[in-house]
Design a protein around this ligand. Structure first.
Ligand code: HEM
Length: 222
């Protein structure tokens, strides 16, 4: 007798997404720590200096080299992640739409200590907002970084920000927002450790089992 092969549904975080997430996390963290060392050399806010022990590079020149090294995986991996999210439909399935009502409901549940973490397959309104927000900020961050890296060759890009100084401040503000996201994101992940396990192992299956089409019929022994 011939029976259809039932393919198990994909996991919550397919392998490709997990690899992209961790490459992205490593790149962002290395860029922040090396960026702090570069910043210390020519501070924007007189009172703000980053102690050496939380910076990467040891010397501003070395920090710059780390920064230029990790911008490549961030940009390439980021482009692949954006293409993957759009083509696979993941952005629409997982991160959109974001409704103010959903965000308010999440805030209300959090304040009443009633926020449920039982089903990690569904992101709540605030999670969606944070994820879409940080993705958008990272795109602007790459653009402001490119503009201050090559202000002459990429003068049209620099013009989008106005002046070199505005682009530099935009890059600094972007860093602050991304750092804030990372702190909140990691704390929330630690509060619900099964989300970290899922981002490593793939997590639960994400849909009802689907039957493979005609082309994948295969004989099974009976
Ligand atoms: C450093 C920069 C980071 C950025 C920009 C970032 C961004 C993101 C984004 C956009 C998602 C949603 C992905 C999707 O479903 O398409 C996500 C998920 C996740 N991230 Fe990160 N991440 C970062 C670092 C980390 C770190 C260091 C951890 C370690 C604790 C972590 C743990 C997770 C977990 C557990 C999820 C699963 C989603 C959930 O259940 O809430 N991330 N991250």
């Amino acid at each position: 007798m011939v029976e259809p092969i039932r393919r198990p549904p994909p996991r919550l975080h397919p392998l490709a997404l997990r690899v992209m997430h961790w490459v992205n996390a490593l790149s962002v963290i290395a860029l922040i720590f090396s960026g702090w060392k570069i910043y210390d050399d020519a501070v924007i806010l007189g009172w703000l200096h980053f102690p050496d022990w939380i910076t990467l590079g040891g010397h501003p020149e070395t920090a710059l080299q780390w920064h230029f090294l990790f911008m490549w995986p961030l940009m390439l991996n980021g482009l692949i992640y954006l293409a993957y999210g759009i083509v696979s439909g993941r952005f629409v399935r997982k991160l959109l739409p974001i409704s103010p009502r959903e965000i308010l409901a999440t805030i209300r549940e959090t304040l009443r200590f009633k926020l449920s973490h039982d089903d990690i397959r569904h992101y709540n309104g605030v999670q969606k907002l944070l994820y879409v927000g940080v993705i958008a900020i990272l795109v602007v961050q790459v653009l402001s970084g490119l503009a201050i890296w090559k202000p002459v060759q990429l003068s049209e890009l620099l013009a989008l920000f106005g002046t070199f100084q505005i682009a530099r401040i935009a890059h600094f503000v972007g860093m602050a927002l991304i750092s804030g996201f990372v702190v909140v994101h990691v704390l929330l992940a630690i509060l619900v450790p099964k989300t970290i396990v899922a981002m490593i192992t793939g997590g639960p299956r994400d849909a009802e089992p689907v039957e493979a089409g005609d082309t994948t019929f295969a004989p099974t022994a009976h």
